[in-house]
Structures are given as C-alpha cells and as structure tokens.
Design a protein around this ligand. Structure first.
Ligand code: COA
Length: 196
C-alpha cells in the first residue's frame, strides 16, 4: 500500500483510493481525448479495466512496483502521474520512466509540469538514478512541451502499437539527466508528506 503524499503550490499528489473510480472513469479512462494518447487502453473503454487500474494502484507494493499518484486540485481528482520502475521501456530497460494524464478541464494551466516536477524530485531520490526516461507519440505536441519544460531531451525513436488507435505509432524517447532537472527545478516548492 502507498502512503506517500507530495504537496506542490496548487496540487496534492496522493495514492489512489477506491472512491476515485467514478471520477477516474469520467474524466480520464472514458475520455477519448485522453485515451488516444495512451498506448495501452482498450477503446471503446471498459469499466473493468478502470476498476483493475484502481485496484492495482491501491495494492501496489511501493518497494517493488511502479508508483501511481493521483493528482488532486481543491480536493478533486484531476489526473494521474506514474513513476515506473526500470524495465517499462524496452529500449532503455535500466531507466525508470514517467507517464501522466490530466483531465481536459484542468489542461492549459501548467498543472502537469507542476505535478511532474514533484513526482520527479521524489522519483530521482527514490530510484537513486541519474536519468529518467519518457516515451511520447511524435504527434503529441502538448506532452512534448511538458517534457521539454521539465528538461527532457530527445534520445531516440520507436514504434509502438496503440490499442485505442489500433495501429503502430511513431514515438519519441526522451531522457532527463538528474543534473539538468535539478538546474531547472531544484528550487521547486515541493513538500514530501508521509514517507513510504
Ligand atoms: C499532455 C497533457 C498532460 C498536457 O496537459 P497541460 O499541462 O494542460 O498542457 P497544456 O494544454 O498546458 O499544453 C502544454 C503546452 O503545449 C502547448 N500545446 C498544446 N497543444 C498543442 C499543439 N497541438 N501543438 C503545439 N503545442 C501545443 C500549450 O500551448 C502549452 O505550451 P505553453 O505552456 O508554452 O503555452 C494533457 O494534454 C493530457 O493529459 N493529454 C492526454 C494524455 C497524454 O497525452 N499523456 C501524456 C502521454 S506521453
């Protein structure tokens, strides 16, 4: 079970909980404008898949598993950001990765960068690594902007089968060296809450 919470200036990152399901489904899992950018979601959406995500997120062993944070704004779920253990990205199996989504209503206000800065501060210290990786569709320009603001730089390309789009999609692999992240975001206001 996860107990870590991270507070930023406007957001709280916290573990998922069972009563997140209805809102998670409404603002994330069943919204095509979110799902189409995420490789692994079935489309049309399946409630059982959303239930399984929440159940797995609640049951995570923080010592060995990936770490899915729910993002809360003013007490309401608005998105998610996940720190994935090394092994998620087959081209760079030694690197941890980050993935994220934000409800359409919450987009365009800088929340994702704010949430990712907190998650990465925590991730760099937890994984004790020098580089994080991310994979983004070549046409996902808003996500690429988020990654660039965080300090990520292109490191390669790959093809991935997208379940919602039902076709192979070109992806860009990006790397974030710890020293670059800290030079850009080392002074971010992040409060680490309850520890693991
Ligand atoms: C990616 C995502 C989290 C970004 O959310 P956000 O922080 O609200 O993003 P914004 O709308 O503020 O856009 C970020 C930047 O991209 C720019 N942008 C948005 N759409 C764009 C487009 N079509 N072309 C070029 N730039 C674009 C914005 O202007 C903004 O730049 P700015 O801050 O310099 O103005 C959100 O769009 C999302 O959840 N998408 C679906 C899931 C997803 O793509 N996850 C990531 C998978 S890698």
């Amino acid at each position: 079970m996860l107990t870590t919470t991270l507070d930023t200036q406007r957001l709280q990152l916290r573990p998922f909980q069972s009563d997140d399901l209805a809102r998670f489904w409404e603002i994330g899992h069943s919204d095509y404008e979110i799902a189409r950018w995420l490789t692994g979601l079935t489309w049309p959406p399946i409630m059982m898949e959303a239930e399984a995500f929440i159940e797995k997120a609640i049951a995570v062993n923080p010592k060995t598993d990936s770490f899915p944070f729910a993002i809360e704004l003013d007490g309401q779920l608005v998105g998610g950001v996940e720190i994935e253990k090394p092994g998620d990205l087959k081209e760079f199996p030694e690197l941890p990765t980050i993935g994220y989504w934000l409800s359409q209503k919450a987009q365009g206000q800088g929340f994702m960068v704010e949430a990712c800065v907190a998650a990465l501060h925590w991730g760099f210290s937890r994984e004790a690594c020098d580089v994080f990786a991310a994979r983004v569709f070549a046409t996902n320009y808003s996500s690429q902007k988020v990654l660039k603001k965080l300090g990520f730089e292109p490191a390669g390309v790959c093809l991935r089968y997208s379940k919602p789009l039902q076709q192979d999609v070109e992806n860009i692999i990006m790397h974030l060296p710890r020293d670059r992240f800290e030079a850009l975001h080392g002074d971010a206001h992040v409060m680490m809450g309850a520890a693991l």
